[in-house]
Design a protein around this ligand. Structure first.
Ligand code: GLY
Length: 360
């Protein structure tokens, strides 16, 4: 049993998160022991399926677990209602019933899509997450947000639906493109800034080991991120209050991502958004300039962007900020650090203040 394992405490919907280098080998035995479902369908995109599909299927077979593999084309463009409908039909054609379970093998798109299928197929069947990107390991596989995109916006159709278990094999990060790894690092830094100064210092001290994917450092890092996410989700599963702190860097970040026509990777846009939110906090007199500078330096040292691309139309960014789907009654919320490790949420930022931060 790995020292990095932990639980998400949600009463009778509580579930374990297993974190271990090389964990994939043990998934079959563990699933057989847990008796979550009588048989499984593994859902994965074509890219991840070609890397890990045969391995996971062999591991399940060896443990005596009946399973099929379904794939869909990789990329955010697949996270839609058409692919959702096709996969639903395939589940029905395979004869899945309420005793069946799903296994999401992949990144955020696969986890969100599979979770939403699990939430809706026959009004809900169990599923487990096997996240294969850093971003999905530290964020999207934990907490039960599932769903698909529609032309009007990302994640606009979905459900809160918790997995039965999350299996994080940190060894799979070795096949992750470096840009994707960095995208995940942005969310990792986010946890330090919003919640845990000690963890933030850990990231500063272990930068080289993290980039070199040193197993014990990576496992500890992912464990701490999942521990923070588990605490936040246990306190506020449906994002009425505390969970909103996880959106640090996302209000401006999402707008920059959308203004780039999604050519910017999500985590890179979040990095830019975090620096912008820190500058906003300094402008509002909430945070010391030195602390904001310290975070921007760390983001930059990891190789992530800190500035909004110079040629990006500021008015387009502003229009995306105004249509932020997390706005309530037209009022946009910003997560603003007061120091490294603590944030407040404000909906009192003026247009002039936003202009000032975007114009730098
Ligand atoms: N990714 C933000 C959340 O799960 O609430």
């Amino acid at each position: 049993m790995s020292e990095y394992n932990l639980m998400v405490g949600l009463g009778d919907r509580s579930y374990p998160i297993f974190i271990e280098d090389g964990l994939m080998e043990n998934i079959g035995i563990d699933l057989a022991k847990r008796e979550i479902a009588s048989h499984y369908v593994v859902i994965s995109d074509d890219h991840v399926a070609s890397l890990y599909g045969p391995t996971l299927m062999a591991i399940l077979e060896k443990a005596g677990i009946a399973a099929e593999l379904l794939t869909f084309p990789h990329g955010e463009a697949s996270k839609n209602l058409q692919v959702f409908a096709q996969l639903s039909s395939r589940l029905a054609q395979l004869g899945l019933d309420r005793k069946s379970g799903l296994i999401a093998l992949g990144g955020g798109v696969t986890g969100d899509l599979t979770g939403f299928l699990a939430a809706t197929y026959m009004r809900g069947i169990p599923f487990v997450q096997v996240p294969t990107t850093l971003l999905s390991q530290v964020d999207s596989s934990v907490g039960g947000k599932t769903g698909v995109d529609i032309p009007e916006g990302k994640n606009l159709v979905g459900a809160f639906y918790q997995p039965k278990a999350v299996y994080i094999d940190t060894a799979v990060l070795t096949t992750l493109p470096v840009e994707e790894l960095l995208g995940g690092i942005a969310e990792v830094i986010k946890y330090g800034v919003i919640y845990d100064f000690e963890f933030y210092c850990f990231l500063e001290s272990n930068l080289d080991a993290i980039l070199a994917l040193q197993p014990s450092v990576i496992q500890e890092m992912i464990h701490i991120c999942c521990r923070i996410k588990a605490e936040v989700v246990a306190a506020d599963e449906r994002e009425a209050d505390l969970r909103r702190i996880l959106n640090f860097g996302h209000t401006i970040g999402h707008a920059v991502e959308a203004a780039s026509d999604f050519s910017l990777i999500h985590g890179h846009a979040v990095a830019i958004g975090m620096v912008a939110a820190l500058r906003l906090a300094v402008l509002l007199g909430l945070c010391k300039r030195k602390e904001a500078g310290r975070v921007a330096t760390l983001i930059h040292s990891f190789g992530l962007p800190t500035e909004i691309p110079a040629d990006m139309d500021r008015n387009v960014i502003k229009s995306y900020i105004k249509s932020d789907k997390k706005a309530v009654a037209g009022s946009v919320f910003y997560v603003l650090p007061t120091t490294i490790g603590k944030v407040i949420i404000s909906n009192e930022v003026t247009e002039t203040e936003i202009n000032s931060v975007l114009q730098r």
